[in-house]
Design a protein. Structure first.
Length: 609
């Protein structure tokens, strides 16, 4: 969703802000703006649409200066418009703020500020922050103190960066439940809501904690804790490749990220089997505590929820622990049965999904141990969980999750194996064998990626459809849900997924001549049942695309298009079978002329409810 950048130093601010905003584009946004200090004033530029438009305007208006802030906005309060684009300013235009999150009490604050004589020019919640800082600054002309005083009035979530025309070269930043990272580079200090926006300048960053505040200047950064005391920053070194933000010869980030998946599998598994025993020390639970676990909830949203569906099969199958998978937005508002022996596994690529975070807090309040699986170091999910596994996908830029999903599935598979090990449900040699086969999936995915001709052929056959049905059973059902989500989100082709056994209970009514049915028909204990479902679909004229196991010639009798994947155990079929579905969704989206990396209306991190 929204993105924040800021720079103060010796170089021209505008190109740095624009480049930072470009790097945040992947998060999804509908307008953008900058505020740059110059000659004792603030120069503001806002545009709706893409950062390119803002960049042109900044150039035309010759926005000069060496200190400024910028923002990409994803509309929540007020439609996408120039007036609603950030930065927002105080009445006198001398204070400008950019904000991520939602100020929940903005209506009452706005009424109070209007009654006190403040004039508002936008419909946003953010604008109250600018006026609150203005009020506080009038009482005590010190930007750090004014920002602190303003945030004490604000309820909700915020990542905030503030500049003031009267304090040249200073940016004050603070946060609550919305990420802010800061780094000092040779040419000055930078701030961003996402490390991707400053990684080309410095790899040593500080991830701010809730309530902390920092004042950036060209000479350095002063950090304050929540009580207002000056503190020493905790520096985190980021070791990703800088080219994570480049397409590396691929036409889009999604394809690049799909091709990174063998590496993700290898990195996620590296160092996990020590002397034949699984090692997940980050779990921070003793063997005794793990052994007591008698119920698991996997909570997540979207694609991460689908990774949870796969985990349910594995945890119940191997460790024999009852496991429920719930979308976080439901979990947080009901009263789930949680005891001290409940393990809640929160899965989130971004580590900042609002519903997942709220569910974590709720679960911990009720006494559960919470284990996070996330891709982002130092993210709120990582910080607020009792233990965390990082998925090693590295930064994912395309909005549609691919490599992170695979990283999640592999991490959850490790967790399931660990629980089976601790519960004594599997012998050591069994675990070793499964671990080896899990590691082998990296090569299998490489093989799938080396020849995508069958996928391309199926994509051509599906591209003009108005709707598609994904079906499977067992693991195949879980994979179907993810396949359907991938297709609809990037190609805008309506797709839904069903457990194949449900066909006769409703969805079969949809089928008609040429209606695409995409079936997960890999070798499994329920293979024959899936074939029956294909026959029923075929009899109604459906066009069948089957994802099947190499060597299965029988399937050709039932399917119009077959995409083969290497033979693996059913428990690992999610890893292999989901890759062609990712490729299929992308190819259909490309054929339909869609923006694969930035689908409409979607944001990479859903930081609001
Ligand atoms: C779809 C997709 C989303 C996310 C969902 C949760 O491709 O990426 O459905 O999976 O918004 O996001 P995280 O995993 O960041 O909590």
């Amino acid at each position: 969703m929204c993105g924040i950048v800021g720079y103060t130093g010796s170089a021209a601010a505008s190109p740095i802000l624009i480049e930072g905003l470009r790097r945040l584009e992947y998060r999804g946004y509908d307008s953008a703006g900058v505020a740059v200090q110059r000659d004792g004033a603030l120069h503001l530029v806002h545009r709706t649409g893409k950062v390119d438009g803002l960049a042109q305007a900044v150039e035309q208006e010759q926005v000069a200066g060496t200190c400024g802030i910028g923002h990409t906005r994803w509309a929540t309060h007020g439609r996408p418009s120039t007036a609603n684009a950030h930065p927002h300013t105080s009445c006198d235009g001398r204070i400008a703020v950019v904000h991520n999150g939602i100020i929940e009490n903005f209506v009452e604050l706005r009424e109070e500020l209007e009654a006190a004589g403040h004039t508002f020019t936008s419909q946003t919640d953010t604008e109250v922050a600018a006026h609150l800082v203005e009020e506080a600054y009038a009482e005590q002309p010190d930007l750090v103190a004014a920002v602190r005083a303003a945030t004490q009035r604000m309820a909700g979530a915020y990542g905030l960066a503030v500049v003031c025309a009267d304090e040249p070269g200073t940016i004050v930043v603070t946060r609550k439940d919305s990420p802010i990272v800061i780094g000092m580079a040779p040419d000055g200090a930078r701030v961003a809501s996402d490390v991707i926006a400053l990684i080309d300048a410095t790899r040593d960053v500080t991830v701010m904690g809730d309530g902390e505040l920092a004042a950036l200047s060209p000479d350095g950064i002063v950090y304050y804790d929540a009580a207002g005391r000056v503190t020493e920053p905790k520096i985190t070194h980021i070791d990703w490749d800088v080219d994570v933000a480049e397409k590396g010869g691929y036409p889009d980030f999604m394809l690049k990220e799909i091709h990174e998946q063998p590496r993700v599998i290898r990195d996620t598994l590296a160092g996990r089997l020590v002397n034949g025993t699984l090692a997940i020390d980050e779990l921070d639970l003793s063997v005794e505590e793990l052994n007591l676990i008698d119920r698991v909830y996997v909570i997540a949203c979207g694609t991460s929820y689908h990774a949870g569906l796969i985990a349910k099969n594995l945890i119940e199958g191997w460790a024999r622990i009852p496991t429920e998978v719930e979308v976080a937005s439901e979990f947080r508002y009901r009263n789930p049965i949680i005891t001290p022996t409940t393990l809640v596994v929160a899965v989130s690529q971004s580590g900042e999904t609002a519903d997942t975070l709220a569910a974590i807090r709720d679960a911990r309040c009720k006494g559960a141990k919470v284990f996070g699986i996330t891709n982002v170091i130092g993210s709120p999910v990582a910080r607020e969980s009792d233990g965390v596994i990082y998925t090693k996908a590295n930064k994912e830029i395309a909005v549609a999750s691919t490599k992170s999903f695979l990283g999640q599935v592999v991490s959850l598979t490790l967790l399931a194996l660990l629980l089976a090990q601790v519960k004594g449900k599997m012998r050591t040699n069994q675990i070793r064998l499964l671990f080896r086969e899990l590691a082998d999936t990296a090569e299998h995915v490489e093989a799938i990626l080396s020849d995508t001709s069958a996928v391309e052929e199926a994509a051509l056959a599906c591209k003009d459809a108005v709707s598609a049905l994904f079906i499977g059973r067992g693991m195949g059902a879980a994979i179907s849900y993810e396949g359907a989500l991938k297709l609809k989100e990037i190609s805008y082709l309506h797709a839904e997924a069903y457990a194949a056994g449900e066909m006769k209970h409703g969805p079969i009514a949809l089928l008609d001549d040429g209606f695409p049915v995409i079936a997960i028909a890999t070798q499994s204990p329920v293979y024959d049942k899936v074939i029956s479902n294909l026959q029923e679909s075929k009899a109604r004229g459906a066009m069948i695309v089957a994802v099947a196991t190499e060597g299965d010639e029988e399937i050709r009798k039932h399917a119009d298009h077959v995409i083969y994947v290497p033979k693996v155990r059913d428990c690992f079929s999610a890893i292999t079978a989901s890759v062609p579905l990712q490729l299929l969704a992308r190819s259909i989206a490309v054929l339909r002329g869609c923006n694969v990396d930035q689908p409409r209306n979607l944001a990479k991190s859903v930081t609001v409810e």
